[in-house]
Ligand binder design. Sequence first.
Ligand SMILES: [Zn+2]
Ligand SMILES: [Zn+2]
Ligand SMILES: [Zn+2]
Ligand SMILES: [Zn+2]
Length: 227
Amino acid sequence: MLSSGAGASTSTGEGGGEGGAAPSSKRAKLGPAESVSAGDLREELGCIWKGRVCELAAHLAKTCDYEPVECAAGCTVLVPRKDASLHASSCPKAQIECPNAACGVTVARGSMAEHRALCPREEVECPCPGCEERMARGKVDGHVQVSRALHERCVWTTIARLKQANSKLQKKVATLEFEMSALSDQGEAISAAVDEMKDELMDNTTDIDSLFVDGEMQAAQIAYLES
Ligand SMILES: [Zn+2]
Ligand SMILES: [Zn+2]
Ligand SMILES: [Zn+2]
Ligand SMILES: [Zn+2]
């Protein structure tokens, strides 16, 4: 790939007449029927064309595989004509269609991640902890509306699971603390492991606290709705 700055002056700036080949003084002496090649630049890249001077411009403008051409999508890159479609398949400015079925939106490749972060057809996981159901983003609100009872169960199940994990960690911490006091020379390594587990324990406790609040709120809401 050539940058437009480097390639343009030697290749496309001459309307194809010079072809970036022999110095123009030499070329100027050639009649329109005399034989030429497409010029050093294209020959180095692989062009084997030979033809009359009067045919050179058309060769460069239409058929030469090695003539640098501008990216059709409008980025600033010049590429040999034969690589244009390859470039288009990765060019950030090329327009592509959202891969989500039935979305139909077309954006520049470089903006696709941004689009998909909001695309209503993008598949996402239900935001309720423990639910794990996957659906199109646009259907989450409806799913949440009709799944109150299910989600309440999900929250409580998650709390129970975290409490269980917590008590296991507490036991491990207690065991390690005991071992640490017994093995003074290995104390440093074990101490680090204990610190790590204490951190995890704290994270879990925070999760439980916030889930507990969620659960209580949902329970209160359901009690209110049922009354
Ligand atoms: Zn050529
Ligand atoms: Zn491009
Ligand atoms: Zn989309
Ligand atoms: Zn859900």
